[in-house]
Every structure is written in structure tokens, then in C-alpha cells.
Design a binder for this molecule. Structure first.
Ligand code: DGJ
Length: 726
């Protein structure tokens, strides 16, 4: 049983494929967290909740509990609240109608059942059949205010993964205001950990950082309105000695595209509290009697096989239980996008030449990026005016697409649905439709504002325009872009007590429109983008099976970005294109882009005959390795955060019958005697190097390794080797 309840000892045990998670209902119905870590068979952990001997003048007590070691100040809690004796960061804080935040959620009842519930209005992992997962719901209540919270835990039976979210119910007869509602809280009774997070910026998204936990609060967050370039809603807590392939690694990833916080607080006694959820700094939610609020979901993965083991669990889990729809498991079209080649300076005729060249080299789809609508020839105008610029395209969109399709090429189009340009008919007609605080100057970014998607009429207006264009034309793909942060987060349509809801309501609005789009057009392939990879998160992935990784398409810079992204996101979702960047040749650009969705982002009219031969070869490799890369296991052999000169990674098929090794020289290495030990192969099997014909045992490749002296070591060089069994 993945989830069991010992009714005598009042202990819940949740077992994933790799981990156990244990909760006790203690005296007075306190919900105490006892354990999260490598799988254990038993639950004799009752002393784990007492982290110190009692010292009454410092740590408050419960008058009804005799054991003086129990204090909310030092116990490990399942879902700690504000103001009743636990002085660490709380997971939940709600201001009641009397104006104070004192809350004490205690156990009331629970349910265990097969399957997994959906979360209203929010993306979440899904089950394919009820046997994929089991769920525990624990109902808790604050006896004084009548506020309730249901804690949801879902265990994925075949993965080392579980998910958590919380539903708050105002079961009282007076209003209340949620101020913090974290999706998950894990109290560990040790601090022998490092924290790993992914920081970044435009052009350098998801850069790896590892730092020891100190006796303080530390973490990352966003309050930009999106998950952001600056930090990703992913964090790992790993043992001090954890490496790529060994040691404890706990990964936390929030299925949410808005403001988040991931933090760890180590208290004076050396225990650590790890929180993941909506950033309370930019959030509030008003609950009238009877109203409910659901938090987004945290995905929690545990592996004792280090960071690599953790990543591989995330990859399989997301491939099978996050990404939905037609494109989740079928081959995606190989595309060429015109953005880096033309910007907005294109015509229909010019794009037709792109499609002609594309056809010659085996590309499946042309994507027309920004600049096809209104009078948009630069980024100062027209967002919100989603009418086709027929003059630019040389006629109606239908006719233009027909010219592309006649070449045997599919067609994709760009949108930035949540935005309105200052210079647009939409803004002139409805200046109050953007997020703003009346009477306060609106900050502008890229000459645009963010539409107030907390308002249904605004969402409907934009969606109807999109639906018309997409419905009336043969559009196979949409690139959904999002190019600024939210400032002055107010909505004149909401009363003062609901103003702090704007950020979350905006994200709910985005999810509603993505949902409508993918339901109305089930064959459409949706790719998200946000000035590159500024909204690369599981919330977005739920709707779009691929996300543009970064506007930085330089293959050497991309290595950092792709390695960082791979900590929790699979290759199949990483938008990666070969571009005109010059720091490496076509071969390396192709080798790096093969790790992602693969495609081209340059003017195909500039290709020389030699380029064409090479690109044709790349296209055939894309097809040859498609399944191996998208459904194989990733091994990061040499990461740029360990070695800034030479990197290597490999994909191994699930049955270990084939593997693809890739290595890139970022900067000329010092080490000539370099043997690369492969991983993930079957030691008993024999593998053929497809290029040289040499045969090696898996054991040899993983222990002795292969010598890199045969390969060129100049900046930007790369090679790959395909191995298959005899
Ligand atoms: C930002 C994206 O990241 C680019 O790929 C491109 O679509 C531009 N926006 C268009 O404005």
C-alpha cells in the first residue's frame, strides 16, 4: 500500500518508489512531521518530533500535554501556522475577522483513495488511470475561527515522487484574509544540507547555484508576476556530500507560473524547514464565509542517486503525468522560425522563400514570429490589435498559408496574448483594461502594458480575436510569448480587500485562456516563451509541451542554460534551435540543439551548398535520435558547473540497448589525458561505437571510459558517439 494509516499509533506512511514520508497525529490532534527520505519499512520514529529538552521560559507549551519536551517552538510540524507558539516561518497565515493571525490547524479526519484530484483552475499532474497514484486528504481545522484546511498528498506509485497542495475553506460565518498559503512544508531535523537553485536573467536563464544551508532563512522567489528569468520555481535540498550520481537529493518544483517562494529556514536548534508556494510578499486572498481557495501544487522528488537520479525521476514524471494532449507522446514537427533572421522586417514573399528552402532540407514547419498584425514593424505598437497585416503578407492570411502549405510545409504563428501596446487601438479604446493602480503612473516596458486578466471581459475579448484567426486559418502551432513583468498590480474591477489577489487572478486568467485554446484546438501545438525562458515552469508545461529555453542561441552559452534546465525539465520540452550565432560551427550548434526540441532560427537563403549538406545530415540525425533523446534517461557526465572547459552528456534508452554521447569543448582544456567514464549502460552488454565500429562492454565504457585524445580540443569543437548493442 503506497499510503497506509496505523490507526492505533495514528501514523500515516506514504511510500513512493524511492522514499517514505511519515506523519503522526500527536496528542491534542497536532499533526507532526516525522520523516521524509529514503524508503524505510517501519515507523518507529516517535522521538523524532522532540528536537530539544524543554526550557519553558523560551519555548511555549500546550497546557494539555504532559510531555514537557513537546513545544510548537521546536517540533517538526506538517503544516505550521502563525502566532501560536511556532516562531519559524509559517506555512499558513490568515487574518481573521477580529484582525489577528493566531491560527492553530489540528487534525479532524482523513481519507485515502486511489487516483488524484484536480485543482480547480490550476494545472497539476494527472494520472492516466487511478492505479498510477494514491491520495491522502487530511482535514484540519482551527477550533476558534472555524477556518479549515485540507492537506492533499498524492503518491505516484512508480516514481520517487509525490505532490502536495492545500485547500483553505472559510467554514466560519465571518470573512477572513489569507496572507500566506504555502503548498508544501517539510521539516527536517537536520541542517546538513546544501540548497540548489536556478538563477538567471534574460539570455542566461536557469544557472546552477549551490550553497550550504546556514542558520538563517535563505531562498529564492519572484514577485514579477511570472515565475521569471531571475529565479526558477525549482529548488533542491541535497546532502553536503551529494554528487551528480550519489547521495540524498530532494527536488521541489511548483506547478505555477506566477510569484513563488522556495526557502529553507534553519532554526537555532539546527532543524530545517523547507517551504514552497506562492510568494506571500505579493499575495492575499479574501474569503467570505463558505468560500474556498486552492494553492498550486508542489512536486516533491527524492532520490538517493544524487542530482542525476532526481532529474531522471522528474523527467519521466513530467513526460507521463504533466504534459497533456496530442503532442505529449507523438513526434513534434521540426520547425524553422524567422525571428532571429528577420525580426519584424519581413514580407509574405520573403517567408515563402524560407519555406521553399526549408522544404529542400527536410524541415516540417515555418513559424511566423512577431510582426504580422496591426501596424507592427517594431516593438512600439499594435499588441492587442490582432488583425492580420495583409499588406505585409501580400494578401489574406489564408492565401499566405496556402502558399506555405502548397510546399508541404506546416504553418505556425506568434502571439503575445496578455499584452497591450501603448500605441494600439485596444489601449486607446480601453485604457483601463491593463493592470494598474488608478491615479498612479503606469510603468511601461517594451512600450507595453499587461492586460488585466482578472477581468472576464478582457480575457474574452482577446480570446475571441485569437479564436477567429486560428479557427479561420490552417494554423498548426502557436508560439505564446510574454515579454514584461507586472508592476502597479491593481485592478479597478476589484474591491480594496481583493487588490492583493490581482497577481494570482492574472495567472488564473492566463491558465483559463491556455485551457480554452488547447481544448478548442486539440491538434494545435502550443509552445510558450517569455523573452526567452522567463516562464519556464511546470504550470506552463501543463498547457504547452515545449517552452523556448532562451533568446540566447549561442551554443556555448546554451550549454549552461540546458544543463540548468535539465535539473528538472526533460529534453522534450526544451525549445532549442540552430541559429546564425558564430562562436561555433554548424556541427556544434546542431549537437547542442539536439538535446532540446531542435529546429532552426536563421535565414535559410544564406545557406551555402556545404551548409545544406550538413543540415540535411542534422535533420536525419534529428529523426534517428528522436526517441532516444525524448524518452531516454539523461546522464550529465561533465557539467559546466564542475568543469567550465569541457562538458559531456548522454542519453541511454530505457532498455539500455542504445546510447548517444555528446561532448563539447567550451574553452580549450588543460587536460590532455582525459578519459570520460560513461554511465547508465548495462555492464554486461556489449556496445558498438557506430562511427568506428569498435566494440566495448558496458563495464569497460563505464569504468575505463573512452579516451578523448582522439577528438579535437579546440574552443567550440564537439563530437557525439552513438552506441548500440551487438
Ligand atoms: C521574445 C522571444 O523570446 C523571441 O523569440 C521573439 O518571439 C520576440 N519576443 C518577438 O517579439
Amino acid at each position: 500500500m503506497p499510503i497506509s494509516f496505523d490507526s492505533e499509533r495514528k501514523i500515516f506512511k506514504l511510500d513512493t518508489a524511492t522514499s517514505s514520508y511519515i506523519i503522526e497525529i500527536y496528542e491534542q490532534n497536532y499533526l507532526i512531521h516525522l520523516y521524509y527520505g529514503a524508503k524505510i519499512p517501519d515507523t518507529n520514529l516517535k522521538n523524532h518530533k522532540f528536537l530539544m529538552n524543554w526550557f519553558g521560559s523560551v519555548s511555549p507549551q500546550n497546557i494539555n500535554i504532559e510531555d514537557r519536551r513537546f513545544s510548537p517552538d521546536v517540533c517538526t510540524f506538517e503544516y505550521p501556522c502563525e502566532g501560536t507558539g511556532d516562531f519559524r516561518s509559517s506555512a499558513f497565515s490568515i487574518r481573521n475577522a477580529d484582525g489577528n493571525n493566531a491560527t492553530d490547524l489540528r487534525y479532524v479526519s482523513h481519507k485515502i483513495y486511489p487516483g488524484k484530484p484536480r485543482i480547480d483552475g490550476l494545472p497539476s499532474l494527472h494520472v492516466n488511470t487511478d492505479s498510477d497514484a494514491d491520495t491522502l486528504e487530511i482535514l484540519t481545522e482551527d477550533a476558534v475561527t472555524g477556518i479549515r484546511a485540507i492537506l492533499y498528498y498524492t503518491v505516484f506509485n512508480n516514481y520517487g515522487a509525490m505532490t502536495r497542495f492545500v485547500k483553505v475553506i472559510n467554514a466560519s460565518d465571518r470573512p477572513a484574509d489569507i496572507e500566506r498559503v504555502f503548498s508544501s512544508c517539510v521539516d527536517f531535523n537536520t541542517n546538513e544540507f546544501d540548497m540548489i537553485t536556478l538563477y538567471g536573467d534574460w539570455l542566461k536563464e536557469r544557472t546552477f547555484e549551490r550553497a550550504p544551508l546556514g542558520r538563517k532563512k535563505q531562498g529564492v522567489s519572484s514577485k514579477r508576476g511570472s515565475s521569471s528569468h531571475a529565479q526558477n520555481p525549482f529548488g533542491a535540498i541535497v546532502g553536503r556530500n551529494t554528487t551528480e550520481e550519489n547521495g540524498d537529493a530532494y527536488g521541489f518544483n511548483l506547478v505555477y507560473s506566477g510569484n513563488f517562494e522556495f526557502s529553507a529556514e534553519v532554526d537555532a536548534h539546527g532543524a530545517s524547514r523547507v517551504l514552497m508556494g506562492i510568494n506571500p510578499d505579493a499575495f492575499g486572498w479574501h474569503l467570505e464565509p463558505g468560500e474556498e481557495f486552492s494553492s498550486p501544487e508542489t512536486v516533491m522528488v527524492y532520490s538517493s542517486d544524487g542530482l542525476g537520479g532526481m532529474s531522471r525521476i522528474f523527467h519521466r514524471l513530467y513526460t507521463n503525468h504533466l504534459i497533456r494532449g496530442k503532442w505529449a507522446h507523438i513526434k513534434r514537427p521540426l520547425l524553422i522560425n524567422n525571428w532571429e533572421a528577420t525580426g519584424m522586417d519581413f514580407t509574405g514573399d520573403k517567408l515563402v522563400t524560407f519555406a521553399e528552402r526549408a522544404k529542400e532540407i527536410g524541415i516540417d514547419m515555418l513559424v511566423m514570429d512577431d510582426g504580422w498584425f496591426g501596424k507592427r514593424d517594431d516593438d512600439t505598437s499594435s499588441l492587442g490589435d490582432w488583425q492580420v497585416n495583409e499588406e505585409k503578407l501580400g494578401g489574406p492570411l489564408k492565401d499566405f498559408i496556402a502558399r506555405i502549405n502548397a510546399l508541404g510545409i506546416k504553418f505556425g504563428i506568434w502571439y503575445e496574448p496578455e499584452m497591450v501596446s501603448h500605441d494600439s487601438n485596444l489601449y486607446r479604446e480601453h485604457p483601463d483594461w491593463c493592470i494598474h493602480v488608478p491615479g498612479r503612473e503606469k510603468s511601461i516596458a517594451r512600450q507595453q502594458y499587461v492586460l488585466d486578466w482578472s477581468r472576464k471581459e478582457v480575457r474574452d475579448y482577446i480570446y475571441e480575436m485569437m479564436k477567429k484567426v486560428i479557427g479561420e486559418n490552417k494554423i498548426d502551432y502557436v508560439k505564446w510569448d510574454y515579454n514584461r513583468c507586472i508592476t502597479e498590480a491593481g485592478s479597478p474591477a476589484l474591491p480594496p480587500e481583493r487588490q492583493k489577489e490581482v497577481f494570482h487572478r492574472f495567472i488564473l486568467g492566463t491558465y483559463e485562456i491556455m485551457d480554452r485554446l488547447t481544448v478548442d484546438f486539440p491538434d494545435l501545438l502550443l509552445e510558450n516563451c517569455s523573452s526567452g525562458g522567463g516562464r519556464f515552469d511546470p504550470g506552463t508545461l501543463y498547457f504547452s509541451p515545449q517552452i523556448w529555453c532562451s533568446d540566447n542561441t549561442d551554443p556555448i552559452d546554451r550549454i549552461d542554460i540546458q544543463f540548468g534546465t535539465s535539473l528538472c525539465y526533460p529534453a522534450s520540452v526544451m525549445g532549442a534551435h540552430v541559429s546564425a550565432s558564430t562562436r561555433a560551427g554548424f556541427e556544434t550548434k546542431g549537437n547542442v540543439a539536439l538535446w532540446g526540441t531542435f529546429g532552426y532560427e536563421l535565414d535559410p537563403n544564406t545557406f551555402t551548398p556545404d551548409d545544406i549538406e550538413l543540415i540535411k545530415e542534422q535533420v536525419s540525425e534529428y529523426h534517428k535520435y528522436y526517441d532516444l533523446i525524448r524518452s531516454g534517461d539523461l546522464y550529465r557526465l561533465i557539467s559546466p558547473w564542475e568543469n567550465d572547459r569541457r562538458v559531456a552528456w548522454m542519453f541511454v534508452s530505457e532498455d539500455k540497448e542504445e546510447a548517444l554521447l555528446t561532448s563539447v569543448v567550451m574553452r580549450k582544456p588543460h587536460d590532455n589525458a582525459f578519459f570520460l567514464r560513461l554511465r547508465g549502460l548495462d555492464p554486461e552488454k556489449y556496445y558498438v561505437d557506430d562511427t568506428s565500429g569498435e566494440v566495448y562492454s558496458g563495464a569497460l565504457l563505464m569504468n575505463a571510459g573512452i579516451s578523448l585524445t582522439n577528438y579535437s580540443n579546440n574552443d567550440g569543437d564537439s563530437f557525439k558517439i552513438y552506441f548500440h548493442t551487438l
